[in-house]
Design a protein around this ligand. Structure first.
Ligand code: PLP
Length: 347
């Protein structure tokens, strides 16, 4: 059956006709020489929006986080991360493999928050039995905490605890624009407590490729060197950067629609016998919900037969709303799930 609803991730979004036109008309140059006007504009615009001095266009969120960790730290340094952060759980241990950095995981609460006292306890500036802690990484919104946005106050509390111990602060803000829209605050305010931020163009902002790192001029200079080292000095990449500029101008405010659809999805899921989810906990575009253990594969297969794609998590499943998902798609998905669970109970 043809795919009708793809809820696997917000990375599956397709460029709109207007975005394709921006790509077609992009002015380009060799970016490694600093000659690509579209990349330069995107980097400057991103830095200005997040209230930092400079920006760097990178290939992915993973690469943005990696060059940031490499630029903040030296070999043998320690990075404090949440135990359910994307950096710790889903970036192939790149910081350790490629940077000889230790990732020190501390508990992430169910809202994606890291307790300041846990950050303080993880800090080790002097004991030479241990690697020196150099960096705290925060994730906003927090993917595995159902896309919870962290507030300015929460971010400040974590950053203050890190700075007491001499650490710098990086935000993995793959979806920081979702956080800003959800909280109704300026993204620069959410970024202010951090030295550097990565955000993704290729997720809710619906670009085909790319992420941005922002920070001080000096930090970005270092990050640029690491990007080159990782083989990601790109050339006439304005063709992709143009999509990013289009997104920053046109795709941010509409994220509220994705949040409304996620809320509607969670409310509908909560009505289904066999599924448990707390709709009050859904504030952006990611919905995690519990299903009976062992049923993930059959749910995913059943939905697929109806043209709905999901990842077969078990006993926790995830659905993500985005530019390609309408309110009608949510209705269609909920009906499919209701029928699946009704049939499962009857069987
Ligand atoms: C919170 C978070 N950070 C970083 C990334 C990595 O982004 P990419 O897939 O572009 O490497 C993701 C991807 O889903 C993510 O959810």
């Amino acid at each position: 059956m043809e795919v009708r609803v793809d809820l696997r991730s917000d990375t599956v979004t397709m460029p709109s006709p207007e975005m394709r036109r921006a790509i077609y008309e992009a002015e380009v140059g060799d970016d490694v020489y600093g000659d690509d006007p579209s990349v330069n504009e995107l980097e400057a615009k991103s830095a200005a929006m997040l209230g930092k001095e400079a920006g760097l266009f990178v290939t992915s969120g993973t690469q943005g986080n990696l060059v940031s960790m490499l630029a903040h730290c030296g070999r043998g340094d320690e990075v404090v991360v949440g135990d359910r952060s994307h950096i710790f759980t889903n970036e192939a241990g790149g910081a350790s493999v490629l940077g000889a950095l230790f990732l020190y995981p501390i508990k992430t609460d169910r809202f994606g928050f890291l307790e300041p006292d846990e950050i303080r306890a993880a800090t080790n500036p002097t004991d030479y039995h241990k690697p020196p802690t150099r960096l705290l990484c925060i994730e906003n919104t927090h993917n595995q905490a159902s896309g919870q946005p962290l507030t300015v106050e929460q971010t400040e509390a974590m950053a203050d605890a890190a700075r007491e111990g001499g650490m710098s602060v990086h935000i993995d803000g793959a979806r920081i624009f979702n956080a800003a829209v959800s909280l109704g605050v300026d993204v620069a305010e959410l970024s202010a407590p951090a030295d550097s931020v990565t955000f993704c163009l290729s997720k809710g902002l619906a670009c085909p490729v790319g992420s941005i790192v922002v920070g001080s001029e000096e930090f970005i200079d270092q990050a640029r060197r690491y990007r080159k080292m990782l083989g990601a000095g790109m050339r006439q990449v304005g063709v992709i950067a143009a999509a990013g500029i289009y997104s920053l101008d046109n795709m941010i405010d509409r994220l509220a629609e994705d949040h409304d659809n996620a809320k509607k999805l969670a409310e509908g899921l909560a009505e289904i016998d066999g599924i448990s989810v707390d709709p009050d906990n859904i504030h952006s575009n990611i919905v995690y919900f519990n299903i009976p253990a062992g049923s993930g594969k059959s749910i995913a297969a059943n939905l697929k037969e109806r043209g709905i794609l999901v990842n077969a998590g078990d006993p926790v499943m995830r659905m993500v709303t985005h530019y390609g998902i309408s309110s009608e798609d949510i209705d269609y998905t909920l009906v499919a799930l209701q029928e699946h669970f009704r049939a499962a109970v009857a069987a």
